[in-house]
Design a protein around this ligand. Structure first.
Ligand SMILES: [Zn+2]
Length: 329
């Protein structure tokens, strides 16, 4: 079993297809780790490689042991080399020659391309040639949370398999089963767009207190704009992507409140009072949209570049807040 209740039926469906020899050799798994796509894929690799097809993945045979040790000769993983990086053609050539080999342990060969939307054009074209005629005995798994960014020719060569998201109540009870209290589980799920595995990471005391601090600082700068940059010291120690991932949905909530009034559902469910009082004070939606855009631009920069000057970017954003308030007043 995969260990994630909302994926069990999906997993069984894939395994049944495999046992009935109906599983296509090119499969696009749509979803990210927030939904548990990585867990589903690990399990499927086990199904395809286990030496006991009737109870695969048995977790005990030689093949399962090698796989669990991360050392299976019939399994190849490809992923971007680093944050913001692409998958290049050299890596795909390796994959192509691997896929033309023979399984060493009697079952299949499996190649997995993680974050397949990051294949660059040359790499995607090289992969396409294999997907057009996958070698017998080789399963090509592509994983992507953003399949719209894949080449259309690649997309159309693969059978799509979308990781299902659990109904809210099921995600909630799974989180509670992991030891998260009810109120924290509700908030974490809303913040994580109802992706339970991400929600579990957010539901820690450590994250929630950092989030509180980030939101207090931003709120303070909006309520009482100040050129003082010393308050940013605490933020500089935090992961830039995380700070931005806290601010972005909060500003989106503020923009929604300013545009649509109090009836809209908020992601930051615990911030309703604070947001309403701020939006009451600055009711112009344009302000919130501009601040949201500024944070979104920062997020794109942070995602694309490891060497950027976070302090400088953060200070520029901070000082732009009073300007935006004056401009939209
Ligand atoms: Zn096994």
């Amino acid at each position: 079993m995969i260990g994630l209740p909302w994926l069990e039926a999906a997993g069984r469906q894939l395994r049944d297809q495999y046992r009935q020899q109906r599983l296509p050799h090119g499969l696009l798994i749509v979803g990210g780790s927030g939904l548990g796509a990585d867990r589903l894929i690990q399990w499927l690799e086990g199904v395809l490689l286990c030496q006991h097809p009737d109870r695969a993945p048995c977790g005990q045979c030689h093949s399962c042991n090698l796989r669990l040790a991360g050392n299976h000769g019939d399994l190849l993983h490809l992923q971007p080399e680093g944050k913001g990086q692409q998958i290049k053609v050299g890596a795909v050539r390796e994959l192509v020659s691997f896929s033309q080999g023979k399984a060493q342990y009697g079952q299949n060969q499996v190649v997995l391309v993680q974050q397949a939307e990051r294949l660059n054009l040359a790499a995607a074209n090289a992969l396409l040639k294999v997907l057009e005629e996958p070698p017998a005995g080789t399963y090509m798994l592509l994983q992507s949370a953003d399949p719209a960014r894949l080449l259309p020719t690649i997309r159309s060569r693969l059978q799509w398999f979308r990781c299902p998201a659990p109904p809210v109540a099921e995600g909630q009870s799974w989180l509670e089963g992991q030891g998260v209290e009810q109120a924290a589980a509700e908030l974490a799920l809303a913040l994580a767009d109802h992706q339970p595995c991400n929600a579990l990471m957010l539901a820690t005391e450590d994250f929630m207190s950092r989030r509180q601090r980030c939101l207090e600082l931003l709120r303070g700068q909006i309520e009482r704009p100040s050129p003082n940059l010393e308050v940013l010291t605490g933020l500089l120690e935090q992961e830039p992507a995380q700070v931005l991932s806290i601010w972005r949905p909060w500003l989106a909530d503020a923009a929604r409140l300013a545009q649509a009034g109090t009836s809209v559902p908020l992601r930051n469910t615990d911030q309703a009072d604070a947001l309403q009082s701020l939006v009451g004070r600055y009711p112009t939606a344009a302000l919130w949209l501009r601040l949201y855009d500024a944070v979104e631009q920062l997020r794109i920069q942070v995602e694309a570049d490891n060497n950027l000057n976070w302090q400088l970017l953060l200070e520029q954003f901070w000082l732009s807040i009073p300007r935006e308030i004056r401009r939209t007043a």
